[in-house]
Ligand binder design. Structure first.
Ligand SMILES: [Zn+2]
Ligand SMILES: [Zn+2]
Length: 345
């Protein structure tokens, strides 16, 4: 494992995170550091306490929502800037609003750190842009061949049918989804099914406001209403943390569902105690991981952020110099099984 990074590489692993000595910065650091490069606003990437936050301009409002006012330095996608002896540029990752891959050029060698990314169309953010490099550091959240995403529009059509059936039984349709990215993507995709408003948990509405201000078109959202059976036949979006919480008591009769890539594996639905699962992910599935590695043109690939052994094996069979890059983090990693984490999948 330790052979993933070599002494002459521009990036090294420190307890604080992935560090670039030439530019004296960390990428998505776990602990407070003077200079951080933040790929996107999810909690396992953007943390409080950094001196400076370099981020994409598109991602700035997201960081302000999640972290409040900080020492931000915003960069347009594709606009190079220098940190010490490192030339940096940020490129769309297609994961959530403002998500970025980090291109690092040191001494003529190019590294790209993908952050979280996906290749499926998403009306709420700029699409993933392949960036050619020598070394590609890829996420590996869903790096098993079983993970293949269905068409998003078809999956959203299933959500709409499920809502209708809930209505016939006098129940609300409560769909749990991550409050940053997934919820807004669903609200944007739902426009294809009419202008019916969607009821949202307060934690989700905050992000919806950020996305609306960024010009993302979504269906109308409303706060929950009080009153007996107020939400029968309505779609209600809530963060996974609300599942089984006191908040659920506001809904008298409800079916529950989870929108996540983890729903591709049947046991995970039971484990999460929801009635339905919809396979919608903001991460690359197995074919998209392989295609993106291919598109990068990299001869050397480091896989991180998930279970990477199967991916490393598949890449080595293709003749690539592939390694697992052990993440310094522990708390937000998926558990050793295929059970879903509480994170942003
Ligand atoms: Zn993420
Ligand atoms: Zn992540």
């Amino acid at each position: 494992m330790s052979s993933a990074l070599r002494p002459d590489d521009p990036l090294i692993l420190r307890p604080q995170g992935l560090y670039c000595a030439a530019g004296d910065f960390y990428i998505d650091p776990l602990q407070p550091v003077a200079r951080a490069l933040i790929t996107h606003g999810h909690g396992d990437h953007a943390r409080a306490g950094m001196g400076r936050y370099h981020t994409s301009a598109a991602g700035l409002p997201v960081l302000r929502w999640r972290l409040g006012e900080r020492g931000y330095v915003a960069h347009d996608y594709g606009e190079p800037f220098d940190l010490g002896a490192a030339r940096i540029s940020l490129h769309p990752a297609g994961h959530v609003l403002g998500s970025a891959q980090v291109r690092i050029e040191v001494g003529g060698r190019v590294w790209v750190v993908s952050g979280d990314y996906k290749r499926q169309p998403d009306p709420t953010c700029a699409p993933f842009q392949p960036v050619r490099c020598d070394v590609f550091v890829t996420e590996a959240t869903f790096a098993l061949p079983v993970y293949r995403w269905p068409d998003t529009a078809a999956e959203v059509a299933q959500i709409e049918r499920w809502r209708q059936r809930c209505g016939e039984r006098g129940e609300a349709a409560v769909l749990f989804c991550y409050a940053l990215g997934k919820a807004q993507r669903l609200l944007a995709e739902l426009r294809a099914f009419g202008e019916r408003p969607v009821f949202v948990h307060g934690a989700i509405e905050a992000g919806v406001r950020v996305y609306r201000e960024a010009g993302v078109a979504m269906v109308e959202t409303r706060p929950l209403e009080d009153g007996r059976d107020a939400h029968a036949g309505e779609l209600v979006l809530a963060p996974p943390s609300a599942l089984g919480s006191a908040w659920m008591r506001r809904l008298r009769r409800a079916q529950t569902a989870l929108a996540s890539g983890w729903m591709r594996v049947r046991g995970n639905r039971r484990r999460r105690n929801v009635d339905r699962g919809f396979v919608i992910s903001d991460h690359a599935d197995w074919p998209a991981l392989l295609a993106s590695i291919d598109d990068s043109g990299a001869g050397r690939v480091l896989a991180t952020h998930g279970r990477s052994e199967a991916l490393v094996r598949a890449l080595r069979e293709r003749g690539l110099d592939a390694h697992s890059l052990p993440a310094p983090q522990a708390s937000s990693e998926p558990p050793a099984s295929t059970a879903p984490p509480d994170g942003d999948a």
